[in-house]
Design a protein around this ligand. Structure first.
Ligand SMILES: NC(=O)c1ccc[n+]([C@@H]2O[C@H](COP(=O)([O-])OP(=O)(O)OC[C@H]3O[C@@H](n4cnc5c(N)ncnc54)[C@H](OP(=O)(O)O)[C@@H]3O)[C@@H](O)[C@H]2O)c1
Length: 282
């Protein structure tokens, strides 16, 4: 892996084909950054790349890949090296969750979730950080290299009915906060971006209630939840600005910040019961 010879020119965003990754790609491009976009759906990446190139006149490369697959990290790092693409900012955004009791899913679902949400995020960080550290000293203040790891407000408490997903996000928060501290004096910015519920493709209704069992009451409940979610454009903007300002953690939205903080003061038995109630579909 080249660490010092390839100039750091591009921002790498995983999970850029939809939702928050898509919005973050627009924000970086609008600020004049060249991009490398990664996700599984090649046609979505290609369409976004074309739009961003046209709208903002930046270079946009796409690398279609399943980042939960074995050797996903080494494969992506090799593809970057082969294309001589130096990464100045890494946005570890791709992740998924699944709804239901731990016993409702087979282990292979959790294996993929842990591989994507934790292993790939850690592997890309470890793989791209040396070049960032080496280059940071010579880079301008507003253009310092860095990493945005997308966590969640799920990181702040256990999540009965989404137990593995919440646990992966606790890892992301803990890992990222520690890394922020380690890299502070090196000039590498590291931010844990922790959105609350956001209107994206993340929530799959059929995952929550089997398609044949969805009632009018469920539909009303889904609509209510959807209306309470933040727009991905706004959430991404808050995260993007916090990263530019070198923040360690950012939680978009006052209510989300309040709920995340509440878990520090309430007894854990209360916190996990509230989370269970919140996640339960009535
Ligand atoms: N939405 C929320 O309420 C919410 C709240 C807090 C945190 N978050 C976090 O925000 C981040 C983005 O989620 P989102 O809400 O924007 O969800 P989304 O709309 O479902 O987008 C997820 C992105 O990840 C990509 N992805 C999924 N599995 C992948 C795989 N195996 N390999 C490569 N790419 C993969 C998807 O693209 P392809 O399908 O094309 O691969 C898509 O681009 C995640 O880290 C999520 O945990 C979301």
């Amino acid at each position: 892996m080249k660490t010092t010879t390839t100039p750091l020119t591009h921002v790498l965003i995983t999970g850029a084909s939809a939702g928050l990754g898509f919005e973050l790609a627009r924000l970086f491009a609008a600020d004049g950054h060249s991009l490398v976009l990664v996700a599984r759906r090649e046609e979505k990446l290609a369409a976004l790349a074309q739009t961003l190139q046209k709208d903002f006149e930046v270079d946009v490369q796409i690398i279609p890949a399943d980042l939960a697959a074995p050797q996903a990290v080494s494969g992506l790092l090799r593809a970057l090296q082969d294309a001589d693409l130096g990464i100045k900012v890494l946005v570890n955004n791709a992740a998924f969750g699944s709804y239901g009791r731990v016993l409702d899913r087979e282990f292979d679902v959790y294996q993929r979730m842990i591989d994507l949400n934790i292993t790939t995020l850690t592997g890309l960080t470890r793989g791209l950080l040396p070049a960032m550290e080496a280059a940071a000293g010579a880079m301008d203040g507003k253009d310092k290299p860095g990493i945005i790891n997308v966590g969640s407000t799920a990181a702040f408490q256990p999540g009965p009915l989404m137990a593995v997903y919440f646990a992966t996000k606790s890892y992301v928060l803990s890992f990222t906060e520690a890394l922020h501290e380690e890299m502070l004096e090196k000039g590498v910015r590291v931010t844990a971006f922790c959105p609350g519920p956001t209107r994206t493709e993340f929530f799959v209704q059929e995952d929550m209630v089997p398609a044949g069992e969805i009632t009018d009451q469920h539909r009303t409940e889904f609509e209510r939840r959807d209306a309470n979610r933040m727009s991905p454009g706004l959430a991404a903007l808050v995260g993007y600005n916090a990263f530019k300002n070198g923040k360690a953690i950012v939680i978009p939205g006052f209510k989300n910040r309040l709920l995340a903080q509440a878990s520090r003061f309430l007894p854990r038995s209360v916190v996990r019961r509230i989370a269970h109630n919140f996640l339960r579909i009535k």
